[in-house]
Write a protein that binds this ligand. Structure first.
Ligand SMILES: N[C@@H](CCC(=O)N[C@@H](CS)C(=O)NCC(=O)O)C(=O)O
Length: 254
């Protein structure tokens, strides 16, 4: 899962763990946190999305949609942050960040990871509507370059809409806000009876969701009504992995 064959063959020569990532990207934070939880050495390839460093033929040769993160592990290229962290947990099982497959609790972790992946577009919409819209807006020339490289209709349409004089539509923004409110209501409920998202142990489920909280909070998402989420957030933020994977990279400006 998530393994691709890149057309940019320079990456196939990478040995060890190489991460193509952006300091402030929530999907990148997930991977950095997993690497830090496991105490793994990794090589950073920083791709500044705010400067459009992902919109080049070279980078599209590494990620066919021009997104971060990408992990290259001993020449094998993996995309999709939830697949990447799953891969890391299987390859480097100490400490485990997912219960064993036959425990029944693994399903809960996978479910939370899938929900986060499925709702990424809503996080992106909220972020662009409240914080990133102008920074990520593309000029006509930049849009023309992007069209040359991007085959994915959904991403193309998203960036075209964001770069239009009207920006993202009100309907899109309200829908995404509603979906995210429902997601965090579910999370708050799950955290009512247990310290971590999938039970008594800190897992990939927490690692998948905390970056979404970090970035949405910076964009002013109304989290005040979720008391259990507030407690959980403080507990995750107290971990050394959060310090190194999120705060050190964002200067506290998640
Ligand atoms: N489903 C992908 C989503 C990746 C994604 O959308 N990454 C964002 C940053 S969090 C990105 O690269 N955005 C750049 C763009 O939209 O051009 C994953 O989980 O890795």
């Amino acid at each position: 899962m998530g393994i691709i064959t890149p057309t940019n063959k320079t990456v196939t020569g990478h040995r060890g763990l190489h991460l193509y990532h952006f300091s402030h990207s929530n999907c990148s934070m997930r991977v950095r946190m997993t690497l830090e939880e496991k105490g793994l050495e990794w090589i950073s390839h920083h791709v500044n999305l705010h400067k459009g460093e992902n919109v080049t033929p070279e980078y599209f040769g590494i990620h066919p949609k021009g997104l971060v993160p990408v992990l290259v592990h001993d020449g094998v290229t993996i995309i999709e942050s939830t697949d990447i962290i799953d891969h890391l947990d299987r390859q480097f099982p100490d400490p485990p960040l997912k219960p064993p497959d036959d425990s029944g609790r693994a399903d809960a972790v996978s479910r939370w990871m899938r929900t986060a992946a499925d709702n990424h577009i809503h996080v992106k919409t909220y972020m662009f509507a409240h914080r990133l819209g102008d920074i990520m807006s593309k000029s006509d020339t930049e849009l023309a370059d992007y069209r040359e490289l991007q085959d994915n209709e959904e991403l193309l349409q998203f960036h075209e809409e964001n770069s239009s004089p009207e920006g993202l539509s009100r309907e899109r923004i309200s829908r995404s806000t509603r979906v995210l409110s429902d997601c965090f209501a579910d999370i708050d409920q799950a955290l009512g009876g247990q310290p971590w998202l999938a039970g008594d142990a800190f897992t990939l489920a927490d690692i998948t969701w905390i970056p979404l909280h970090v970035t949405l909070e910076k964009a002013g998402f109304p989290f005040h009504r979720y008391d259990n989420v507030a407690r959980w957030k403080d507990a995750v933020r107290a971990r050394a992995s959060f310090e190194r994977a999120v705060r050190d990279w964002t200067g506290g400006d998640g």
